[in-house]
Design a protein around this ligand. Structure first.
Ligand SMILES: [Zn+2]
Length: 548
């Protein structure tokens, strides 16, 4: 880098008229904190935020165990770095579940796998994509989940666009020319700069203009894809195409979302925004892009799938239950760290804390480490169907599934009489935890977002714990950057301690949480009519039921 000493007199004031800090290219940028990252003000905080020290000795012990002797970071590092992602039915999921069982066993907590069906098992191996023309370059690309591999062979061919056809017949006429080619099936991004940069540095209106142009590129591309076929992967495969390249950019340089489907018939890779854009422009301008691919992947057939369930048996109310809920499966472009490794670690650590502090709870406390959430809450739906007695005896379920941040919100769902219980339980806890938490009012019942819906649909008290986002949707959710380093360890400790306290208070509460439903339910914003209670959806028990 050229020295900035030369520039210093100009930058720092000799001839500058702007404030020096604004001119320093290395000055750290200062951002305001997100509103939810600010604690409730003690002057106006709701009554459940304590103004005095905690008096309950069990709560104090949970605090010390969770905050001073936390194992959460150690669990997370092993799970995310050493075992990695946990795609439903995959060998990675099997290793993760084995590790969970061993970890519980070492802590003296009983845990078991419960089979709920079968799923299409797929093993990811390494993959490599190289551009060989018009110049040589390693391409940033990730094989999609359930993609076929290349059977140990390198495949090399030209890169072409999906054709601009008007009908399936035109597409069928084009198909033979796909033989020996790699086909681009996503619209390109016109810019891989984040929208924030366009807003911050663009000329007035530049960000909006870029967005508009991008929208029209995307819309035209959708028309092109729909006109051609609804099943391009199988058709390209039978036509002898070598592979499909897609891109699913997550609005930050270097971050893409990685999904995939058992319906992919031809090797399919997600390519980073910049490299995909380059391939797309080279192909559009007839500049002869070629790539070479080696992808190792293996289909292992329809294999049994399991939820892992661990717990502490209750004593006088053993047939009543508190469930700590988080799905253990993940997408697998990275390590599945914040979706939902952190939720899983919170429940594991909370049970560890409880085993130390409250080994014989009044009600039975269960940690439910569900599988198949990413394909439609399948593990938890199947489990709630298979255990009607637990749904019936459920005192409270706490689910966490939106990233690594500290818990800043919860609420009673559609059970208004549950709210005073949440209020009372929070009121027992130290304000260090509760000063972050906005306790909501009763509202619409949970639907399909995460596993609490699999229990809430029965009218059982199943609550979601909402974490501070840390820009979850764009940074880590289903991305190739969902890795251990994104974990916010202090927030993880806070959350495990909070969940252990909630479980303890729900378990020992002399009263049952009432199930009176909100009536009428809030209005559906589309129709203006009151919503109807959501029915319970059956979990898919086999990948044959999976249509995506
Ligand atoms: Zn999730």
């Amino acid at each position: 880098m050229r020295s900035f000493r030369f520039l210093a007199p100009f930058v720092f004031g000799v001839v500058s008229v702007a404030p020096a800090t604004a001119q320093n290219p290395f000055a750290p940028r200062v951002y305001p904190p997100s509103p939810l990252a600010t604690p409730l003000s003690m002057d106006s905080a709701p009554a459940y935020v304590r103004r005095s020290a905690v008096t309950n000795p069990v709560i104090e012990r949970i605090w010390r165990e969770g905050m001073e002797r936390s194992q959460a970071a150690r669990f997370a590092q092993t799970l995310f770095d050493s075992i990695g992602p946990r795609l439903t039915g995959s060998p990675g999921m099997r290793s993760g579940q084995d590790w969970l069982l061993q970890t519980y066993e070492r802590m003296g907590i009983s845990a078991r796998k419960e089979r709920y069906g079968t799923w299409n098992s797929w093993r990811r191996g390494p993959s490599q994509l190289i551009m060989t023309a018009p110049r040589a370059r390693a391409i940033e690309a990730t094989m999609l989940s359930w993609s076929p591999g290349t059977n140990g062979q390198w495949r090399e061919g030209d890169v072409v666009l999906m054709p601009d056809v008007k009908s399936p017949e035109e597409f069928a006429a084009w198909l033979p020319s796909a033989r020996g080619k790699f086909v681009l099936t996503s619209p390109p991004m016109l810019s891989c700069r984040s929208p924030q940069q366009w807003q911050e540095f663009g000329q007035p209106g530049a960000e909006a203009a870029m967005r508009k142009q991008q929208d029209s590129v995307r819309a035209a591309w959708t028309v092109r894809m729909l006109a051609a076929t609804n099943d391009y992967s199988a058709k390209l495969d039978s036509a002898g195409a070598l592979g499909v390249l897609t891109t699913n950019w997550s609005q930050y340089p270097g971050i893409n979302k990685i999904f995939g489907s058992p319906r992919q018939k031809v090797p399919t890779l997600d390519v980073g925004c910049e490299d995909y854009g380059a391939l797309f422009r080279l192909a559009s301008n007839m500049q002869g892009p070629r790539v070479r691919l080696m992808a190792d992947a293996e289909f292992l057939g329809e294999q049994p799938v399991f939820n892992v369930v661990a717990g502490l048996d209750g004593t006088s109310k053993a047939k009543e239950y508190v469930i700590l809920s988080a799905h253990f499966d993940s997408w697998e472009g990275a390590a599945g760290a914040t979706d939902n490794g952190t939720g899983s670690v919170i429940m594991l650590e909370a049970l560890r804390i409880l085993k130390t502090v409250l080994p014989t709870p009044t009600r039975t406390i269960i940690a439910g480490h569900w599988s198949g959430e990413e394909q439609g809450l399948n593990g938890s739906r199947a489990w709630s169907e298979d255990h009607p007695e637990v749904v019936e005896g459920l005192q409270a379920l706490f689910n966490q599934d939106n990233g690594t941040g500290r818990i800043v919100g919860t609420g009673p769902g559609a059970l208004p009489k549950a709210r005073p219980f949440l209020e009372k339980w929070l009121g027992e806890m130290p304000s260090d935890i509760t000063k972050w938490i906005r306790l909501g009012q009763a509202g619409p019942p949970a639907t399909g977002g995460s596993d609490n819906a699999s229990f809430a649909c029965y009218g059982a008290p199943a609550f979601g714990l909402n974490a501070l986002g840390w820009d979850y949707s764009f940074t880590t959710w289903h991305t190739n950057r969902d890795t251990y380093d994104k974990v916010v360890v202090d927030d993880l400790k806070n959350n495990a301690t909070l969940v252990a306290m909630l479980a303890y208070l729900a378990s020992e509460d002399p009263e049952r949480v009432p199930r009176d439903r909100m009536d009428p339910l809030p209005a559906n914003p589309q129709t203006g009519q009151p919503m109807t209670w959501p029915g319970c959806v059956k979990g898919m028990r086999s990948s044959a039921d999976y249509r995506r």
